[in-house]
Design a protein around this ligand. Structure first.
Ligand SMILES: [Cu+2]
Length: 117
């Protein structure tokens, strides 16, 4: 076990040194498939996002102020990020089609909609 780990590290170092190893490809989502809502300047951007059923949507707070994305309901899927400090993220997977209007519980003029098809 210990030897295996050492061997793997040694191999990586060896390959890196002689330049034979390709850089590891890390998946970086593009804006079109990232399904991300950025909270910026007291707005949800995009304000409306349309996604297929089963999509995980991530909110990321790029503001200095804390925000929430809150959808309270008895009829479909509720979600609530809770108070998100700056740079915090929250993800929710939408399992049912519908139109999910949500707001920031701290600044109720901040409104957004997720349309799940
Ligand atoms: Cu807010």
């Amino acid at each position: 076990m210990r030897f295996a780990r050492f061997a793997a590290v040694a191999a990586l170092v060896t390959f890196t040194r002689c330049g034979a190893i390709q850089p590891v490809k890390v998946f970086t989502p593009t804006p079109s498939d990232a399904h991300q809502v950025v909270i910026w300047d007291y707005k949800f951007q995009p304000e409306q996002l349309t996604v297929p059923v089963g999509t995980t949507v991530t909110w990321v707070n790029r503001d200095m102020a804390p925000h929430t994305a809150t959808h309270r309901t008895y009829s479909d899927e509720p979600f609530d990020t809770g108070s998100m400090p700056s740079e915090q993220t929250y993800s929710h997977t939408f399992r049912r089609a519908g139109t999910y209007a949500y707001l920031c519980a701290l600044h109720q003029g901040m409104r957004g909609t997720i349309v799940v098809q």
